[in-house]
Write a protein that binds this ligand. Sequence first.
Ligand SMILES: NC(=O)c1ccc[n+]([C@@H]2O[C@H](COP(=O)([O-])OP(=O)(O)OC[C@H]3O[C@@H](n4cnc5c(N)ncnc54)[C@H](OP(=O)(O)O)[C@@H]3O)[C@@H](O)[C@H]2O)c1
Length: 239
Amino acid sequence: MKIAILGGTGQIGRGFALRWGQKHDVIVGSRGAEKAETLAAEYIKILKERDLPANITGTDNKTAAENADVIVLAIRYNQLESLMELINPVLDKQIVVSVVVPMEKNMCYIQPNSEHTTVPISSEEFNTDYFCFSRPESGSAAQDIADMLPENIELVAGFHSIPAKKLADLDLEPEFDVGVCGNSMRSKEVVFDLVRDIPNMRPLDIGPLETAPMLEALTPLIINVSARNKMRDTSIKFI
Ligand SMILES: NC(=O)c1ccc[n+]([C@@H]2O[C@H](COP(=O)([O-])OP(=O)(O)OC[C@H]3O[C@@H](n4cnc5c(N)ncnc54)[C@H](OP(=O)(O)O)[C@@H]3O)[C@@H](O)[C@H]2O)c1
């Protein structure tokens, strides 16, 4: 399968490329084709040093999206709009996967009478920074993306709680659960298999796209738990 990782030069994109590049054709996408080529070469080197297969190329985000079966959006929430505009014309029947978590540091929102109110609390009060889910009006980043996609394109959301460092560390095979949601079972099955391609990771069906807010909100919770309890790059496992 051809997997385009848009923003594949970043932290989480690196881990996906190193894991899936052993089994699939990975296309690292970037705003700059040259940067993508450089990172693709770096990922290939890491895999070759371990005598692992490495099927990875690099190009600009639009070309990567055009040539893929699965497109992973591995960029930050506030960067989505321009990327979606760029790739929409080349979307045909690719499956789009969102790993995007809208979150903010030291800034929580409450919603009395559906009015957004910002409640900043100084990090000094808590001795350390903390993160909050920054819930978009639509409910989730995934719903925002769905609203920007052509109607025939299926969206799946997942991998939000997988820490980039552990994903990219090929010495590790962490037993993490990966929550996956979306409205098409066919597309979710494709993503379940991508989860299974990462040793010891287990895909769990969370439900339709409506459940994306719960999945996305897990990430700031996990980061706060880690920071406050001297844990590193933690994730979740349902037992
Ligand atoms: N880091 C994690 O542990 C983790 C875990 C789960 C989910 N996520 C989610 O994955 C997404 C990416 O996170 P990350 O930590 O990998 O981010 P990152 O390293 O900061 O950035 C990823 C890539 O985004 C691209 N980018 C930057 N500005 C852009 C723009 N204006 N338009 C289009 N692309 C732009 C950059 O690629 P180029 O410069 O090459 O274009 C960059 O390498 C986020 O939504 C995050 O919530 C992250």
